[in-house]
Write a protein that binds this ligand. Structure first.
Ligand SMILES: [Zn+2]
Length: 273
């Protein structure tokens, strides 16, 4: 059986990393945790950092890339990929990324997709206020005649037509459901920060549901699994996020999709398709 698995190793504004793997290939999307945390979570899944075939970085914010982890990746000879728009920003912000670049382990994705065995990884731009831009990734796996697809976007101010196109026809979608509108408004956060989150930062639970409906409408077959990521610890709860997405699916009469939660410092469910 040619199976493709996905596990969000952890997700919140404190750190993000998602593992996608088949029997031959394992990749990490973002590495915003310490090397110790990532190694521990990989070990639970029977893998080690040296088993990774590549790590893909979405943007330069510190909850998506960790200096120590990049150093460890270089020592373990794991290549790191990023879109060309953010490569220089990564080198400037993280000394380990500059070192990775000097040793040939930081590569920008010049072609439209990176091919690793039967896995092909494609980046797509998402709006999010990060220097150089922010990107989501879709991972396609040639499972012997049928393509299995996982799409990951953990930071997104709003859906765009291009995002919907790239995430359509996925078997698994990892998408952020960052905040509850009322909880954000009621929070003690300064007005500028509330505005930043709403306008240029993150998807609310309602926007997550709307984005998913657009992706599903654009898909020939709806996804089997949706994992809700980057849930704010201050302005949201997993329960509210799950209820909101489930209600959005219900309103549109979409059934049979597993919606699962993710956690800041604990892996979510392993999803296998
Ligand atoms: Zn960010």
């Amino acid at each position: 059986m040619n199976l493709l698995s996905t596990c969000v190793l952890g997700s919140s504004s404190a750190g993000n990393a998602t593992l996608v793997w088949s029997s031959e290939t394992a990749i990490l999307i973002d590495c915003g945790f310490t090397p110790g945390y990532i190694a521990l979570q990989l070990r639970k899944l029977g893998l080690s950092i040296s088993d990774l075939d590549a790590v893909f970085v979405t943007h330069i914010h510190g909850d998506h890339i960790n200096n120590g982890t990049v150093g460890k990746l270089v020592r373990e000879r794991v290549p790191i990929y990023c879109p060309p728009e953010i490569e220089e920003h990564l080198r400037k912000k993280y000394y380990s990324a500059a070192m990775a670049s000097r040793h040939g382990f930081l590569n920008s994705i010049e072609k439209s997709a990176i091919e690793l065995n039967q896995i092909s990884v494609r980046s797509f731009e998402v709006p999010h206020d990060s220097e150089g831009g922010c990107f989501g990734y879709s991972v396609s796996y040639d499972a012997g005649g049928r393509t299995k697809k996982v799409s990951v976007s953990t930071d997104m101010a709003r859906p765009t037509a291009s995002i919907v196109d790239h995430m359509a026809n996925s078997d698994v979608i990892v998408i952020e459901s960052n905040y509850d509108v009322q909880m954000l408004e009621a929070s003690a956060r300064p007005i500028w920060l509330k505005r930043r989150i709403r306008v240029d930062g993150h998807l609310s639970n309602d926007q997550c549901g709307e984005s998913l409906m657009q992706i599903i409408e654009r898909s020939e077959v709806p996804p089997k699994d949706i994992a809700l990521a980057h849930v704010s610890q201050e302005c949201n709860t997993n329960q509210i996020a799950l209820e909101c997405t489930e209600a959005a699916l219900e309103r549109q009469g979409v059934r049979g999709i597993n919606v699962s939660e993710t956690h800041p410092y604990k892996p979510g469910r392993t999803i296998t398709v």
